[in-house]
Design a binder for this molecule. Structure first.
Ligand code: SAM
Length: 285
């Protein structure tokens, strides 16, 4: 593969197992003028393993904004640069967004080299629905904001994917159980592609107990894949708040209009509210 001058390559690297690098990534990392890495000492180990001696410069979350300007100048002067992060795909909860954006704006050519990401690796083996999912990244570190974020996700039907630091895993799982219920399905993917890889599909209640009982599960890196909220059975009553809104509007408006407005305000389905109210009115007559 020939390396193009003035091009920014976004290169995915292994999550842990050094064998998980593509031959194209190795060609690019050997052939570019410079590699921009999140932690140069960490990436030096990967490069050493593959006998790659391309010079490294540091681009991390604390210097990315300033470093981007200089890197764009170098790209415009014809240098080829590869961006890598410590593990997985750059920009996925990792630095690179400002640089990639600046490159687009400056008319610099970008080339992505796909490869591992903890997000897709965990999802691929989770056994939870993957046709639609939300990537939530890291939850807030403090309990108050973390619970608030989880509360905002209670009704989310899509599978949810979270990254979490090992020292917060137990607190986060306990907050998920208290906010979203004990029975929610959850999949823990720990130390993916490494010697102590752990995969467990269970419920929030069981996972909280299991992780609490085994300190080894509170070490290493992990992804949590959470089942989405279940759809309400067809004949189940809409939530009380939606019914309260509907009954206020019904005092002033025809049923159809009241149901449509209540649906807009509450986020519930118009037809479900209309059907439910119709049945209630029939019963009252
Ligand atoms: N850019 C990376 C990617 O593509 O997955 C993610 C970087 S983010 C700063 C680091 C988080 O990714 C970790 O806290 C963990 O949640 C997840 N992660 C990275 N490597 C992992 C692994 N081998 N096993 C499980 N989770 C991992």
């Amino acid at each position: 593969m020939s390396i193009e001058a003035g091009t920014l390559y976004i290169v995915a690297t292994p999550l842990g197992n050094l064998g998980d690098i593509t031959s194209r990534a190795l060609e690019v990392l050997s052939g570019v003028d410079t590699i921009a890495a999140e932690d140069t000492r960490h990436s030096a180990r990967l490069l050493q393993h593959y006998a790659i001696s391309t010079p490294l410069i540091a681009v991390h979350e604390h210097n990315e904004r300033q470093a981007s300007g200089a890197l764009i100048e170098r790209l415009q002067a014809g240098e080829s640069i590869a961006l890598i992060s410590d593990a997985g795909t750059p920009l996925i909860s990792d630095p690179g967004y400002h640089l990639a954006r600046a490159a687009h704006e400056a008319g610099v050519k970008l080339v992505p080299l796909p490869g591992p990401s903890a997000l897709t690796t965990a999802l691929s083996v989770s056994g939870l629905p993957t046709d639609h999912f939300c990537f939530e990244g890291f939850l807030p570190a403090k309990q108050g904001p973390r619970r608030k974020r989880l509360e905002a996700l209670i009704a989310e039907r899509r599978t949810l994917v979270f990254y979490e630091a090992p020292h917060r895993i137990l607190d986060t799982l306990n907050d998920m159980r208290d906010t979203l219920g004990e029975a929610r399905p959850i999949f823990l993917a720990r130390e993916l592609t490494k010697s102590f890889e752990t995969l467990r599909l269970t419920t929030l209640a069981e996972l909280c107990e299991w992780v609490a009982a085994d300190p080894n599960q509170q070490r290493g890196e992990c992804v949590l894949v959470l089942g989405g909220a279940e759809e309400r059975p067809r004949d189940e009553a809409p939530p009380e708040e939606a019914l309260r809104i509907l009954s206020i509007l019904r005092e002033e408006l025809p049923l159809k209009q009241a149901a449509a407005l209540a649906a807009k305000i509450s986020g519930e389905k118009k037809n479900a509210l209309y059907k439910y109210a119709l049945e209630m009115e029939k019963e009252e007559r």
